[in-house]
Design a protein around this ligand. Structure first.
Ligand code: HAM
Length: 417
């Protein structure tokens, strides 16, 4: 029978990759925890409508990338393509805002988008997602971006750049959209790529970040959203930039950074890498002040970001894994019942170790101890057992010390010294 294989765009993560992922998660929990963020775990499956109403009907994610299916009662469900919508749903449903004026939440886990798989782009990928709900001041934007930067610095990732833009607010965005439509009126559909020809009427902002050469050339001359922003938006943006520069973070202002999801207002940002190929954004986010209300919740502002773990993993080093402290070597397999509780006792004291390959020859058991890079071989033969000792052979320098089996804490100290 043919063995079954995994689905295209889905991956199994063995070590050392899974170690890198764990390192990313542990670093995120440590850095975000210091900033007062709490971990929230939301379901992977949500009602399809949640994503349609938040991410936007006209976005690529909703139009062509969602894993949507009917359940057994014919309800339309979707595997989450991002975390923000589910976090908003959970926030509203739990009434968290009635207990806390500000909620700082992070979520880590798999997301699903039906995109063409390539380096740094998977159909099941993982995000580390952060949201701060209830505050709209510029320092909040600066603080969350600075936190993202601290996280990336803690991971010691090379060659990253922070790009930033302001998308305006419901007061000034309409005037910009008009200016953009007026500019686009002089362009033929035939001069635009297929996606942009379709998007120009319903979602013209997306034309700004199209990668197609023809669209890029046309949009070079397009009006800049920063020039149309109302005074409040311009002041907000200026303060965010000043606060970031004050802590030594120099973002590059990118007028074409509009992001692919519809809910953004004011500050948007991305962190890009020059070292991981075409899928260069390792993190992206922004402010979404109308989203919670739009989903039926209170009129509260919010801002957040998500990092793509697969992309961070392309840049991060696997942490050095601790060597096993010991590996048992039994010249006589009949002593397994005596070795078994010893190994358990040492592990329970916190020592990583291995039972080795009992039943094999002494030579191959020693080879196994060396192969797993144990620091000590613990040799327990009939003579040792009779005198209540175990031989601790240091596999780095070859020295051998007999230690009493009646004082396991002393043995453990020797193995960790
Ligand atoms: P996004 O830009 O769609 O934003 O995704 C954030 C990050 O997820 C990207 O920068 C990228 O690193 C990673 N990513 C996205 N799609 C894939 C994929 N197919 N394979 C691998 N990595 C991928 C959001 O999802 C927003 N919800 C972020 C946010 C949170 N905004 C406010 N709060």
């Amino acid at each position: 029978m043919q063995p079954l294989t995994k689905i295209k765009g889905f991956a199994d993560l063995f070590e050392p990759e899974s170690l890198v992922f764990r390192h990313l998660e542990e670093t995120a929990r440590a850095v975000f925890g210091r900033h007062g963020y709490q971990e929230l775990r939301t379901p992977i499956l949500e009602r399809t409508e949640l994503f349609q109403r938040s991410i936007g009907e006209e976005t690529d994610v909703v139009q062509k990338e969602m894993y949507t299916f009917a359940d057994r009662k014919d309800r339309s469900l979707t595997l989450r393509p991002e975390a923000t919508a589910g976090v908003m749903r959970a926030f509203i449903e739990s009434g968290l805002h009635t207990r806390e004026p500000v909620s700082r939440l992070f979520t880590i886990g798999p997301m699903f988008r039906y995109e063409r798989p390539q380096k740094g782009r998977m159909r099941q990928f993982h995000q580390i997602n952060v949201e701060c709900l209830g505050l709209d001041a510029p320092w909040v934007d600066a603080e969350i971006i600075a936190m993202l930067w601290s996280f990336l610095q803690a991971l010691q990732l090379p060659g990253l750049a922070l790009e930033i833009n302001s998308l305006g607010c419901p007061q000034c965005r309409p005037a910009y959209m008009e200016a953009l439509q007026a500019f686009l009126a002089g362009t033929n559909d035939a001069d635009l790529c297929e996606d942009c020809a379709r998007r120009r009427h319903k979602n013209p902002l997306r034309l700004l970040d199209c990668k197609a050469a023809g669209c890029r050339a046309i949009m070079q001359e397009a009006p800049k959203i920063a020039d149309c922003g109302c005074p409040a938006c311009q002041e907000h943006f200026a303060q965010v930039l000043a606060l970031l520069r004050g802590v030594g973070i120099e973002p590059v202002v990118n007028h074409r950074l509009v992001r692919g999801l519809d809910y953004y207002t004011r500050t948007t940002f991305e962190v890009v890498s020059g070292d991981i190929g075409a899928q260069s954004a390792v993190a992206g986010g922004g402010r979404y002040d109308g989203l919670i209300k739009q989903l039926g919740g209170p009129d509260l502002p919010g801002i957040g970001f998500a990092c793509g773990m697969e992309r961070l993993a392309l840049l991060a080093q696997a942490p050095v894994k601790a060597r096993p402290a010991f590996c048992m070597v039994l010249p006589d397999a009949g002593l397994l019942p005596q070795a078994f509780p010893l190994v358990r006792h040492l592990r329970d004291l916190g020592l990583p170790g291995d039972l080795g390959e009992p039943g094999k020859s002494f030579k191959s058991q020693m080879r196994a101890a060396n192969r797993i890079q144990a620091r000590f071989a613990l040799i327990l033969g009939p003579d040792e057992w009779a005198t209540r000792v175990v031989q601790c052979k240091n596999l780095d320098d070859g020295t051998q010390t007999p230690l009493s089996l009646d004082d396991i804490p002393a043995l453990a100290r020797h193995l960790t010294a």
